[in-house]
Design a protein around this ligand. Sequence first.
Ligand code: ACO
Length: 312
Amino acid sequence: EMSPEERAFQEKIDAEIKIEPKNWMPDGYRRTLIRQISQHAHSEIVGMLPEKNWLTRAPNFKRKLQLLAKIQDEGGHGLYLYSAMETLGADRDEEVAKLHSGEVKYSSIFNYPALSWADMGTIGWLVDGAAIVNQVVLQRTSYGPYSRAMIRICKEESFHQRQGYQILLHMMRNGTDEQKAMVQDSINRFWWPALMMFGPHDSDSPNSAQSMAWKIKRMSNDDLRQRFIDQTIPQLELLGCTVPDPDLKWNAERGHYDFGEIDWSEFYDVVKGNGPCNRDRLRIRRKAIEEGTWVREAASAYAAKQKQKNAA
Ligand code: ACO
């Protein structure tokens, strides 16, 4: 039996009216949003790390500026998302501390290494491409601040995706045989992990049914994954590359590409903290927080002094 508050809440959801921070909401709705938005924010912040590795190795000044701008955008996305999370009453420092202790999740994809310059192209094209497919739909999520954060983030992500694709297209059209092989190797390594970004099959996704009913999620994990594959394969063909999936084939009857089964043991292993880079990512995050302590202390001391001055 629904309480009057719950009924009014569900009626708003059904009528596509956004839920705002001061509105009544069920505890479960609040908890689910804090979980998803914090994981999303952590992913943006940790996602800066694989790319930072190539800032000092970019092939020229223009590429370096583009990469730097893209990484800064990711940092900005993390900050909007932490702010959206705070409107739900969560504490930013507490949530970040949970990331650093390894208690909470962030996207599996950022636990794979960036081994070549082609990986900067592939990450922009496939990883940011997968992120956009998920986030375009989240622009219609039922929680107002999250939905509005997604609108701006999607605009920036689409620049990232094109930036990445352009790197690959340039290497495939103007590169040496070695550079072309570098592109194919990069796609081989990132293809399956990119598909894993959408999460487990709907049948194995514990949060999906409730999140869909609350319209926190607007499209299922499997449907988003299919949409991503369908829009990515024509771009792959334009590059003149392949993906490491012998079962990938256009299915005219379904109007979609068929594809092989994901290695779910690898997915769960990475999510549990045992991917190739999990430990290293968290170690670098903790180090950054430690080394920034003096900046935070100085800023607080300055703010306290200004307050005193204004009071006098
Ligand atoms: N990496 C790490 N964890 C994952 C992944 C993944 N690729 N996919 C699912 N999970 C986790 C879920 O967070 C959930 O964990 P929890 O219940 O312990 O919190 C568990 O696996 C089960 O999955 P679902 O029930 O399907 O979880 P959910 O309904 O939250 O759906 C999804 C997962 C699709 C990732 C959803 O949370 C979402 O849309 N998040 C927003 C987008 C996002 O976070 N993008 C980050 C990568 S893109 C970028 O940052 C550039």
